[in-house]
Ligand binder design. Structure first.
Ligand SMILES: Nc1ncnc2c1ncn2[C@@H]1O[C@H](COP(=O)(O)OP(=O)(O)OP(=O)(O)O)[C@@H](O)[C@H]1O
Length: 512
């Protein structure tokens, strides 16, 4: 197992932003040869700790860092992590889409000035050898923009592996599976194991997915409100003991791993009907959503399930199809987000940073944007509306004047969902609603969605998180090659049934 010698040792790490101390005297010891999980609720300080290692944040005075037994002065200078043999994969992957795969692989050394000239022929050969070693079938000349999500994530990870160099120490993966379709995670973890197999380097792995953490880490360190809850051997933990460490209290909503009661919608009238939808990846599909129902859409990457919601909302063009909601039928080829909103259809996209919000504005400004049009413009009233929304959605810190972009990922997601749910929508379209969200926030989000459904709205969730779909949905539609190939309800709504169905191992009859 792990070597007793720490490869990276952090002692007494604190970090304060303004008056808010977000890391409090944290220690972290990582051994060569281990996959070390870093867990904690949204906003508990995981990314801040990683950004101190990356030299992006200077810690408060008093912290110490040792790498392979040597003292490293803090703050780590810009780019200094390279000399320490540390590399990072951040959630946004930091790839340049217009550059080729091989150019992306070499961007780091070029920017760092460590490679004055480059033989691209040799680099392509090296890239091919690297991909072969990990069983990745990617053309080094292909532009990154042409790659699927899985390949993109794996290129970013292999680039980080390359950047570790000869004196490789630590690969830091900050929620690498958040944007990875399920079929990509197996490949990811085989890469992770390969890195630590000779016990020379270690992997620090940040994730909210408890199954992944329990299956793939050797030890875990848990942060709660910026305070370490200790480091534990993974084999001594269960999902329940891990939740206790992370949340530190019993969950304030129902356990998000347990489904609600089975509800029967067979005789309910449709609230919305999507018919003959055609997009680049979807081939004439249709389905109904009934009042109060939560419908899931899933499939492997490229199956078309993730193309449906933006097309229904008019955020991405459809080639054809119709949406009927209430008395109206709208052509999906021409529908715009304004038409959709007029019909009380709202859409929360998967990438909240790009499409869902204005990061430079305050939380109050972000969450009150949809109600500005309703004539409510007095700043005092907006502040009250924002504060009550933040309270209801459990957005932390509870400060409506905080800059939205400075919130942790999960808190941004709660605020974004709350912003749209307050508009009393008829049909809610959600893509990956709990991506990057911790277990406590996940419980809160599920509760918010169930409450909205109980109020009579229909909800459609497109996701590759089978556990989330099994717990939240009344019905799941499985896509393959642009068609709906299975409809799962009742006893067939387990994580494993959904997974088997997506992989084509089982089929359930699709009702007309
Ligand atoms: N640049 C900043 N300025 C002010 N506050 C910040 C800044 N960066 C982070 N914070 C605050 O520090 C706290 C810890 O945030 P951090 O991003 O480290 O959490 P996290 O554990 O990584 O959360 P998540 O799981 O949601 O990614 C949060 O309260 C966040 O709002």
């Amino acid at each position: 197992m792990s070597s007793p010698d720490p490869i990276v040792n952090i002692v007494g790490l604190s970090k304060t932003f303004g008056s808010h101390t977000v890391l409090k005297d944290v220690g972290l010891t990582i051994h060569a040869g281990e996959v070390h999980g870093l867990l904690g609720e949204n906003g508990s300080g995981k990314s801040t700790l990683i950004k101190v290692l990356a030299g992006f944040h200077a810690p408060d005075p008093g912290a110490a860092l040792q790498v392979r037994g040597r003292d490293v002065p803090l703050p780590v200078p810009a780019g200094g992590f390279r000399e320490l043999g540390i590399s990072f994969v951040h959630q946004d992957l930091a790839l340049v889409p217009d550059l080729s795969v091989v150019e992306n692989l070499r961007v780091g050394p070029v920017v760092a000035g460590s490679r004055p000239w480059i033989s691209w022929r040799r680099e392509k050969g090296t890239a091919r050898a690297l991909f072969d070693r990990f069983g990745l079938d990617v053309d080094p000349d292909a532009p990154v923009s042409s790659l699927g999500e899985t390949d993109r994530a794996l290129v970013a990870i292999l680039r980080a592996v390359e950047e570790l160099g000869d004196h490789r120490t630590l690969l830091v993966l900050d929620e690498p599976t958040v944007f990875l379709p399920r079929e990509g995670t197996d490949l990811l973890f085989s890469v992770v194991r390969e890195i630590v197999v000779d016990k020379k380097a270690a992997v620090l792995f940040v994730s909210h997915d408890l199954d992944e953490v329990l299956d793939h880490t050797d030890r875990v360190t848990v942060l709660r409100d910026g305070v370490s809850q200790g480091t534990h051997r993974t084999r001594d933990l269960t999902a329940v003991s891990l939740i206790d460490l992370i949340v530190g209290r019993s969950l304030d909503s129902a356990d998000p791993r347990v489904a609600g009661p089975v509800r029967d919608f067979d005789d309910a009238a449709p609230l919305a009907r999507i018919e003959e939808l055609e997009t680049a990846t979807v081939d004439g599909i249709g389905f109904d959503v009934r009042s109060g129902e939560i419908v899931g859409l899933t499939g492997i990457a490229g199956s078309g399930y993730d193309d449906v919601l933006p097309a229904v909302y008019g955020a991405r063009p459809a080639r054809g199809g119709r949406l009927t909601i209430g008395p109206d039928t709208v052509a999906l080829q021409t529908i715009t987000p304004i038409d959709a909103l007029d019909r009380k259809v709202v859409y929360v996209p998967p990438d909240r940073k790009v499409e869902g919000s204005a990061p430079e504005l305050t939380v109050a400004e972000n969450v009150t944007l949809p109600i500005l049009g309703a004539g409510l413009v007095k700043p005092g009233a907006l502040r009250v509306a924002a504060a009550s929304l933040a309270e209801r959605c459990d957005v932390r810190p509870r400060d409506p004047q905080a800059v939205y972009g400075s919130l942790s990922g999960g808190n941004q997601q709660k605020a974004l969902l709350g912003k749209w749910l307050q508009t009393d929508p008829a049909l809610v379209l959600l893509a990956e609603p709990t991506q990057g969200v911790d277990i406590g926030a996940r419980a809160r989000i599920f509760e918010m969605l169930r409450e909205t459904a109980r109020g009579g709205a229909g909800i459609v969730v497109a996701s590759s998180d089978y556990e989330q779909l099994s717990v939240l949905c009344d019905r799941v539609l499985v896509f393959s090659r642009g068609h709906i190939v299975a409809e799962l309800t009742g006893d067939h709504l387990s994580k494993h049934h959904i997974s088997d169905s997506v992989l084509g191992l089982t089929r359930q009859e699709v009702k007309a």
